[in-house]
Ligand binder design. Structure first.
Ligand code: CA
Length: 528
């Protein structure tokens, strides 16, 4: 087109026609921009001159790195370059955040896993409210909020302002994260079927304990194990539909340990533990538990992440004879199946501080990650390098990602900046593309069959509420966790100490915490 236009210019000499031609040229250019699809770089440029913007961001112990291909590409598109602040050696984001607050020097952007901390800064005037900026300069974010009202609620703080753009999970597409896994080869060895009810699950664990399913002649089996101590009470109790903390029941905020279902569930868990159906070292064994127990052919069942748990079928194929670890439906308990772990709608996000010189350009940069190009870049990386398209236009990851000798696909992607915590929408298809077929199948099943116990939305508090809650909630958590451990380990008798336990909850301030949460929940529901 450029050439044709230039040639035309040379033939025109009369001044009057130049105006018409200018107009034609303008329209032509508009057409060119319009027909070159979304990915024209000029289309996405935010500033004429390159603009450097500082950011504090650490995600999964990775300090933001401006050399990641994803952010270099974003710079090419937008002319905005993010520059990480803070030491590359300090990979604890909360420590880094606290240091920054202590020394009082704010970068232009803060990315953090704890949105409430960003909101607190916002309500103290250190982070900018984004409502007007979004309205005027962020058409993609605006459209996204209109399409997904729940996502918008998640962004609104207790005072009605938006202080950070959340880093969204693809919650509308996929909500499952973890599931119940069992050794099918052990079931086969003992001629057992996949347990369907809680009673059958109990009997299966009992058989794992007493009938030597690993066939070494030693009673060394650990029927049920968990690798993270935080999961211990939560997930075992959760399979019975019990809650360990605040939750919503028909628009009322409740506290799990006060309820009947909790009492039923913990009595069962105590019994299972005393019969050695649960790993005796479950509270102390630590994060490597799953690796250790599976490699040594010791463990029968666990509740864990689908994506990573399914991979043992490949990695232990040679090491453990006939090894087959399969996901199953959660056992039926009182007419329902409970999977006590689901993805939240988001985790953290990023905001613009009052130190930022050019918030308009930054909100436009935030908006870029909601454009088709930015969305693809954040989730898949760079076309031709980390991903390709098949003839139907479906994306898939390249060998570079899938066949790395030393790193998992996710590790490779992370070191390109893919899936780093910015504020933006996740594309579940990215996870499906590297996940095991099996894991994908079960995640879909858990989501579609309604097994998932939906977590309470992340509630938003005013400064005063927050201050109050911070004196109550940590104490509640520690106390409940500690008592659960004592009961399960048999240090304290459950039935004779439960009433005192309730009294102590009251003493710590449970009623006030319930009241604050109820108010916050109602505010959340009506926010828009
Ligand atoms: Ca054995």
């Amino acid at each position: 087109y450029d050439k044709i236009i230039l040639v035309k210019w040379q033939f025109i000499e009369r001044k009057g026609e130049i105006m018409i031609l200018k107009k034609t040229l303008f329209i032509l250019l508009e057409i060119i921009f319009f027909i070159i699809p979304t990915y024209s770089q000029d289309n996405l440029k935010i500033t004429d001159k390159p603009l450097e913007v500082t950011i504090l961001a650490i995600h999964n112990d990775l300090v933001f790195n401006e050399n990641w291909s994803v952010f270099k590409e974003a710079f090419k598109d937008t002319n905005i370059k993010l520059k990480g602040i803070g030491s590359k050696n300090l990979a604890d984001e909360i420590q880094a955040f606290n240091l920054m607050i202590t020394f009082g020097e704010l970068p232009d952007i803060i990315s953090l896993s704890q949105g409430d901390k960003l909101e607190e800064l916002g309500m103290n005037g250190k982070i900018l409210p984004l409502n007007d900026l979004i309205d005027k300069y962020a058409p993609n974010i605006k459209a996204f909020f209109e399409k997904y009202p729940r996502y918008k609620k998640d962004a609104i703080s207790a005072d009605g302002n938006i202080y950070f753009i959340p880093d969204y999970y693809d919650w509308y597409a996929m909500r499952a994260s973890q599931g119940l896994y069992i050794r099918r080869d052990w079931l086969n060895n003992l001629n057992l079927k996949v347990p369907n009810t809680m009673e059958e699950f109990y009997k299966t664990l009992k058989a794992f304990k007493t009938q030597d399913p690993n066939g070494n002649g030693i009673p060394d089996e650990i029927p049920y194990f968990e690798r993270n101590t935080e999961f211990v009470e939560k997930e075992l109790l959760g399979l019975f539909g019990a809650e360990i903390s605040f939750y919503i029941d028909e628009n009322k905020v409740k506290f799990g340990p006060k309820e009947e279902r909790f009492k039923e569930a913990i009595r069962e868990v105590i019994k299972w533990y005393s019969e050695e159906l649960i790993d005796s070292e479950i509270f102390t064994r630590g994060f490597q538990t799953r690796d250790y127990i599976l490699k040594n052919n010791l463990g029968g069942a666990t509740f864990d992440w689908f994506s990573s748990t399914s991979t043992y079928n490949t990695s232990l194929k040679e090491e453990v004879n006939n090894f087959e670890f399969i996901a199953i439906d959660p056992p039926l308990y009182k007419g329902k199946r409970y999977a006590p772990d689901a993805r939240p709608t988001y985790l953290g996000g990023w905001g613009i501080t009052k130190s930022a010189q050019d918030p308009i350009s930054i909100i436009k940069y935030f908006d870029y990650w909601f454009s088709p190009k930015g969305y693809e870049l954040a989730n898949w990386g760079i076309e031709g390098d980390t991903f390709l398209r098949d003839i139907d236009g479906n994306k898939y990851f390249t060998k570079k990602v899938m066949k790395d000798k030393n790193r998992t696909p996710l590790q490779v992607l992370r070191e390109e900046g893919v899936q780093f915590r910015i504020g933006g929408p996740q594309d579940y298809e990215y996870e499906k593309a590297w996940g095991e077929t099996d894991a994908n199948f079960w995640m879909k099943r858990y989501t579609q069959e309604g097994f998932l116990v939906e977590p309470m939305p992340t509630l938003k508090y005013t400064l005063a509420e927050n201050e109050k809650l911070q004196t109550i909630k940590p104490k509640l958590n520690t106390f409940v966790k500690d008592m659960c451990q004592r009961w399960i380990l048999g240090v304290e008798d459950f039935d004779t100490t439960y009433d005192n336990f309730l009294k102590e909850l009251k003493h710590i301030g449970l009623d006030e915490a319930l009241e604050i949460n109820q108010k916050a929940y109602e505010r959340f529901i009506s926010s828009n």
